[in-house]
Design a protein around this ligand. Structure first.
Ligand code: ZN
Length: 127
């Protein structure tokens, strides 16, 4: 399956934390799942907002996207054994891509990639 799978992605309560993002279809590794859109901000602005507790900013390379006002994607949880990757988009967005084969009903997860998360992580690798 190729193309935008966002319509097959749902937000539900998660055993990892609060709400999570789940797929209702099988997603083969390498598939683009959805485009991460939101407010395009600078690295400086990203740091400022994160210090104020904004946990909805996604980044890769030079792109910083604040997804506070975007549905679904902002609820994606961290897992050290993640199954999704955040890749560059067209400069004004990012792309969520399947890092491994994901099966219907599974929660989508990414590596948040900052120190704090690993200290508090209770995933099967950290536990
Ligand atoms: Zn972990």
């Amino acid at each position: 399956m190729t193309g935008n799978l966002e319509k097959y992605v749902v937000v539900k309560p998660s055993s990892i934390h609060g709400k999570g993002v789940f797929t209702i279809v099988d997603i083969p590794a390498g598939s683009e799942i959805l485009i991460i859109t939101g407010e395009v901000i600078s690295e400086e602005e990203c740091i400022k907002r994160e210090e104020k507790g904004n946990v909805y900013i996604f980044w890769n390379e030079d792109s910083y996207i604040d997804t506070t006002n975007t549905e679904k994607i902002k609820y994606i949880n961290h897992n050290c054994d993640f199954n999704c990757d955040v890749l560059d988009g067209d400069g004004k967005n990012l792309r969520l891509v399947a890092y491994k084969n994901i099966f219907a009903g599974e929660e989508l997860t990414i590596d948040y990639g900052y120190e704090e998360i690993y200290r508090h992580c209770r995933c099967s690798i950290c536990a």
